[in-house]
Ligand binder design. Structure first.
Ligand code: GTP
Ligand code: MG
Length: 157
C-alpha cells in the first residue's frame, strides 16, 4: 500500500509519516502488506500523488483547511487521484467529542464533495504525535482505523 501524505506546512505530515511507519511496524508487521508512506512537500512533487494508491490530506485542529488546502485538493482533482482520505491531525489538542470536532469533520466532508471526491473519500481524526508516543494506545488505534478504512473501502493493500 502506497500512501502520499500531503497538506499545509506544519500540519504534521512528517510526524504522520513517522507515526504510520511506527504503528505498521509494531502492529501490522507480518500481515503481508508492504506499506510505503511518502510526504509531498510541494506541488512540484505531484508525481508522488499520481504514483500513490491513496492520497491522505492532513487537516488539523488548529484551524482546519485554508486556501492552501483548496489548492492542493484542486491539484488532486486535476490529477484524477482515485482515493482520498482526510486525516484531521492534532486531535489531542481538543475534546474529540465536541462541536469543534464535528465542524472540522463537516468541513472536510464538504471539501471532499467540492473537489469531486464525494464517492471516493473519507475522513478520520487522530494524533500523529500521540500515535508515535504510544503506538498501542488510542491514537495508535486511529492510525489502524485509517489504514483499515482504506483497505476495506477501496480494497487497497
Ligand atoms: N499536538 C500535536 N502536535 C503535532 C502533531 N503532529 C505534529 N505535531 C507538531 O506539529 C509541528 C509540525 O509537524 P511536522 O510533522 O513537521 O509538520 P509538516 O507538515 O511535516 O511540516 P512541513 O514539512 O514543514 O510542512 C511539530 O512541532 C510537531 O511536533 C499532533 O498530532 N499533535
Ligand atoms: Mg514535513
Amino acid at each position: 500500500m502506497n500512501l502520499c501524505i500531503f497538506g499545509e506546512p506544519g500540519f504534521g505530515k512528517t510526524t504522520l509519516v513517522e507515526a504510520l511507519t511506527k504503528v505498521t511496524e509494531e502492529r501490522l508487521f507480518g500481515n503481508g502488506v508492504d506499506y510505503t508512506f511518502r510526504e509531498m512537500n510541494d506541488p512540484d512533487e505531484a508525481d508522488l500523488l499520481t504514483q500513490s494508491d491513496v492520497a491522505v490530506l492532513v487537516s488539523n485542529t488548529e484551524g482546519g483547511l485554508t486556501d492552501q488546502s483548496d489548492e492542493l485538493l484542486s491539484l488532486a482533482e486535476e490529477l484524477n487521484v482515485a482515493h482520498l482520505a482526510v486525516f484531521i491531525n492534532k486531535s489531542d489538542l481538543i475534546d474529540t467529542i465536541s462541536e469543534t470536532m464535528d465542524m472540522l469533520q463537516m468541513e472536510a466532508f464538504e471539501k471532499l464533495d467540492e473537489y469531486g471526491f464525494e464517492d471516493s473519500g473519507f475522513v478520520v481524526y487522530g494524533s500523529a504525535t500521540g500515535a508515535l508516543e504510544d503506538p498501542n494506545g488510542e491514537w495508535g488505534d486511529k492510525i489502524i482505523e485509517l489504514l483499515t478504512m482504506i483497505e476495506d473501502t477501496w480494497g487497497v493493500c
